[in-house]
Design a protein around this ligand. Structure first.
Ligand SMILES: [Ca+2]
Length: 262
């Protein structure tokens, strides 16, 4: 079941419970330059230094968490090997965390990875799926608290494919408290700043999966005879003809002229 979504079409981060940023970073924002779907996507401008972060969070109380989002990053030249963390399911005491990350060597070879913290102990679990810049990825993190201890579950899905699965995780039994998105953390010192974009976030308690290809156009057919109907798309009058073709997120209005109703 889907519990919360944000496609960022409000143009801001008002659906989230809070934003956070390391002092050298700007808070996350919402822009219209790079989007997966619609007109807006969330954005983090990442400073070139390591150990910086900026993002937003949603408070939850769930033992089984799926968080899905589309992520794209711009090219960057890392000067050391390390990971870049994009998404997190966590407890407020930070005893257990489940994160979608990329792992990069000094040559720039980059793979998607799952990182988990079990009772305070971190481990990295790289997949074989390559992560390249300037491309949207559907990234889903699944986390399940333990029921009796030692039977927690963590999974990473990339573009609908199970990339990493960890059973028998030593998570606690309490519900998870928060999901984070943005640039959670970076271990990499880079030559220059770069950017991370996020769109179509969904939070649920079971597998969510990709949305499919971004929608292009929707067609609406309407009857304009014997009574004339005026149609607008996003406030612009369109020629009458009985059919409107418009992007799915458009605001479409059909009105009957007042003289036609008498
Ligand atoms: Ca959007």
């Amino acid at each position: 079941m889907i519990i919360f979504t944000d496609d960022f079409e409000t143009g801001n981060l008002s659906k989230w419970d809070g934003v956070y940023n390391e002092p050298q970073m700007s808070p996350p924002d919402v822009g219209s330059v790079v989007v997966y779907r619609g007109n807006y996507a969330a954005h983090v401008h990442v400073k070139s230094m390591s150990s910086v972060y900026a993002g937003c969070y949603k408070n939850i109380s769930q033992k089984h968490v799926n968080q899905r989002q589309y992520i794209q990053f711009t090219p960057f030249n890392n000067l050391n090997a390390g990971s870049l963390k994009f998404a997190d399911v966590a407890r407020l005491d930070l005893s257990d965390e489940i994160q979608a990350t990329i792992e990069r060597d000094v040559a720039g070879n980059t793979v998607w990875e799952l990182q988990i913290k079990e009772q305070g102990v971190w481990s990295k679990h790289p997949s074989t799926i390559v992560a390249v810049p300037n491309q949207w990825y559907c990234v889903e993190v699944e986390a399940q608290a333990a029921t009796v201890g030692g039977d927690g579950i963590a999974r990473l899905y990339i573009n609908g494919v199970l990339a990493v699965e960890l059973l028998n995780c030593n998570f606690g039994t309490a519900p998870f408290d928060r999901v984070y998105i943005g640039l959670i953390w970076t271990e990499m010192q880079c030559e220059a700043d770069y950017d991370v974009y996020i769109d179509d976030f969904a939070l649920g308690d079971s597998y969510i999966g990709p949305e499919g290809a971004p929608p292009t156009m929707a067609k609406i057919t309407y009857q304009s005879s014997p009574i004339a109907v005026n149609a607008t798309i996003d406030g612009q009058t369109v020629p009458s003809g009985g059919q409107i073709e418009a992007p799915l997120n458009s605001s479409i209005t059909l009105t009957v002229p007042s003289e036609a109703t008498t």
